[in-house]
Design a protein around this ligand. Structure first.
Ligand code: PLP
Length: 385
């Protein structure tokens, strides 16, 4: 039996999602921009998916731009807002954090190289950005604040609603990378997040296919496109739509909404908590990073004193458990995670940390099995160290 404890890296496509996509490969394959029947059918399917994604996020379908995933959504959000300020004499300033995914961090660095001033905030020791630090970092010319909703490595939930209020009061726009928060937490862009202007999601973290995603762009916000081409997505994202992928994302959004309403996430959290308690009691010197922070219900950042994370991941893989070293994008790199460093962990502590992330499909039996395998692997690694 293989146990997938790496759902923050990617999730499988749910059968209902695959079923919804199926007709759009060979039967209904029209270009949604075509005026004929076949095109009108796929246009209808794309617009249905837009309604489903908007419903999950509590916004208007007009505010949803389909993209190729979280990375593109983040780049479109940041660069789309700040592009008009490049090469201008007037200064522009972006506030973001040191715990962002590289899709935000590297976009910010690229903007910085082109003249945008950027502040990268640290977090507290629980991996949470302090709203007062955002307030203190504001400058008269701060145009955008970008703080993620939930961290991909630790699961720590950031006070995005509060930070968005601060940005709004200052006249700056607010972007949040909700790739790891969507479908795990309720997101209400007309309520708690009414001051959020841009929000990124990714399909393959919510049981839709890889290479799908969306950016919420609040009505009235001008966004410079990343790509130049046709007038697709209301001039915000040129390129013929990935119809099967978009349909899959829409179906995944509907299913996510049902799971959120049904108490499924509480069951997921109970499973995750049982895993954590079992590991803490069976492994001497084990700690859960960010345990003191509000966290998404599926993520565990496990630190085991004296155990090298890379060796740990390989040994777990040999025993049938997929886990990850920091974020998926850093797998294989023996560098301490920038996220763990930003919350004050030392290099040895960061290099002794692995990430276990459950999916909605993780079963109680798999947790039982993991609770047998993981402590045994630690014992073996320690005995040969
Ligand atoms: N943002 C966060 C927080 C992520 O975890 C990821 C992927 O791991 C991304 C952005 C990038 O998303 P995608 O893989 O869809 O490009």
């Amino acid at each position: 039996m293989r146990i997938d404890l790496d759902a923050n890296a990617t999730t499988p496509v749910l059968p209902e999602v695959l079923e919804a996509m199926q007709p759009f490969w060979r039967e209904s394959y029209g270009n949604p921009s075509s005026a004929h029947q076949s095109g009108r059918r796929t246009r209808g399917a794309v617009e249905q998916a837009r309604i489903a994604v908007a419903s999950l996020l509590h916004c208007s379908p007009k505010e949803i731009v389909f993209t190729s995933g979280g990375t593109e959504s983040d780049n479109l959000g940041l660069c789309g807002v700040l592009q008009p300020f490049l090469d201008k004499r007037d200064p522009a300033h972006l506030i973001t954090t040191q715990i962002e995914h590289h899709a935000v961090l590297f976009a910010a660095e690229s903007l910085e190289r082109r003249g945008i001033e950027v502040t990268y905030l640290k977090t507290d020791c629980n991996g949470v950005v302090r709203p007062e630090d955002v307030e203190a970092a504001l400058r008269p010319h701060t145009k955008l604040v970008s703080v993620m909703l939930a961290n991909n490595e630790t699961g720590a939930i950031q006070p995005v609603g509060k930070i968005a209020r601060i940005a709004k009061a200052h006249g700056a726009l607010m972007h949040t990378d909700a790739v790891q928060g969507a479908a795990k937490l309720p997101i209400d862009l007309s309520g708690e997040f009414k001051n959020v202007d841009l929000l990124s999601i990714s399909g393959h973290k919510i049981y839709a296919p890889q290479g799908t995603g969306a950016l919420f762009v609040r009505q009235g916000i001008d966004l410079a496109p990343l790509f130049h081409g046709g007038p697709h997505e209301r001039q915000r994202r040129a390129g013929t739509e990935n119809v099967p992928g978009i349909v899959g994302l829409g179906r995944a959004a509907e299913l996510a909404q049902q799971r959120l309403a049904s108490g499924h996430t509480q069951a997921l959290m109970q499973r995750r908590d049982r895993l954590e308690q079992g590991l803490l009691s069976a492994i001497p010197g084990a700690t859960i990073n960010c345990a003191g922070a509000p966290r998404v219900p599926n993520t565990t950042s496990l630190r085991v004193e004296g155990v090298n994370a890379e060796a740990f991941i390989i040994a777990l893989d040999l025993q049938g458990i997929a886990a990850s070293f920091g974020s998926a994008c850093m797998s294989g790199a023996a560098e301490p995670s920038h996220v763990l460093a930003a919350m004050g962990l030392t290099s040895p502590e960061a290099l002794a940390t692995i990430r276990l992330s459950l999916s909605s499909l993780t079963s109680d039996e798999e947790i039982d099995c993991a609770l047998k395998i993981i402590p045994a692997v630690v014992e073996r690694l320690r005995s040969v160290a």
